[in-house]
Design a protein around this ligand. Structure first.
Ligand SMILES: [Zn+2]
Length: 339
């Protein structure tokens, strides 16, 4: 595919994002601004030092910086600003629907309650619906390095805001925190009518993907790239068309793959899996959605058909209604045919 064709497609075709942690979209400038406003002491002297601190080499080192960054988010306006900044990027990048993850325990554990962040998020989401024409679903994630009991309490605390939440997720340190640990809380969430997703098969083995499917009954796998180590799992994912939210730049940044040329996303697509492209924690991993597509175009010889399929998969794998999915995929086909 010629570069000019790629650039037009990325610009003109409507897209989704299904794996985006809102706390991971906190840019160094906003972190600095909010730290000053809220008098939060950071171990950095200036914005450049924050940028240097993003030079981590594995998931745990990243998480340490990430949780520290989240400490600058204190009041409703801060959470509004965080969400609004990301939604403005969605507008720039032609993302028309996004399913955003948030980590309540990162905030409740430091004394910031649900009513603070949910109210801030709600205002930004309403503004985006009205002014930018973007639809937003929220995914409430549990931190898997904490106990299931803690997750259960978090699910209860969220009760006044259930109507704002579409799905429950599982994130943070994967190794030694298998999906099985959260079996009961996910069963409870399903019972309440929530969709379920879980990070699995990123740093953890293919076995964790099986566990997410069998023990948590997930509707979607976040990452899942290590599924390729298990042929039976690949066949299962293909047969059931379980969506996978792959995050190429994140995987390279956290050394799941040595470099983008080694990434297996196109191999997974070739197998017939419902893989999608997403940014994960864009301010920490070197780019938003379009930068992920650009890195794939540069390093993986992405074809036009593959690009269009990946974008359509983003709608197929979303929690939008069948009618909405059909409307968007038809529109994608029409635009792609004209480019
Ligand atoms: Zn993630």
């Amino acid at each position: 595919m010629e570069k000019s064709i790629f650039e037009r497609l990325i610009k003109e075709v409507p897209k989704t994002e299904l794996h985006l942690h809102i706390e991971g979209s906190l840019e160094p400038d906003l972190m600095w601004k909010l730290a000053e406003k809220n008098h939060v002491a950071l171990p950095y002297q200036n914005i450049d030092e924050i940028k240097k601190a993003y030079n981590f080499s594995n998931l745990q080192e990243f998480l340490d910086v990430y949780y520290q960054g989240a400490s600058v988010l204190c009041d409703e306006d801060d959470f509004f600003e965080l969400m609004w900044q990301y939604l403005l990027v969605c507008k720039q990048q032609n993302i028309v629907h996004t399913e955003i993850m948030f980590d309540p325990q990162t905030h409740t554990h430091r004394g910031v309650g649900f009513e603070v962040f949910m109210t801030g998020f709600a205002k930004a989401i309403k503004k985006a619906n009205e002014e930018l024409g973007i639809s937003v679903f929220l995914i409430m994630c549990f931190l898997r390095h904490l106990s299931e009991q803690d997750a259960m309490e978090t699910l209860k605390q969220a009760e006044p805001f259930y109507n704002m939440i579409t799905a429950i997720g599982l994130d943070s340190s994967e190794l030694n925190n298998p999906p099985e640990k959260f079996k009961r809380v996910f069963a409870e969430a399903k019972e309440l009518g929530f969709k379920c997703v879980a990070h699995a098969g990123e740093e953890g083995p293919a076995q964790y993907v099986w566990q997410a499917i069998r023990s948590l009954s997930v509707d979607r796998i976040d990452h899942g790239v290590r599924s390729i180590e298990d042929a039976k799992l690949i066949a299962y994912l293909k047969h059931h068309q379980i969506p996978m939210t792959v995050c190429p730049l994140s995987n390279v940044r956290l050394c799941v793959f040595d470099d983008m040329k080694q990434h297996n996303i196109l191999a997974l697509l070739e197998e017939g899996l419902l893989v999608t492209v997403n940014a994960d924690d864009p301010s920490y991993f070197g780019g938003y959605l379009n930068e992920n597509f650009t890195a794939m175009f540069t390093s993986l010889r992405l074809s036009k058909a593959e690009l269009v399929q990946l974008i359509k998969n983003g709608f197929e794998g979303s929690f939008l209604s069948k009618a909405q999915i059909q409307k968007w995929t038809r529109q994608i086909d029409d635009i792609a045919a004209s480019i």
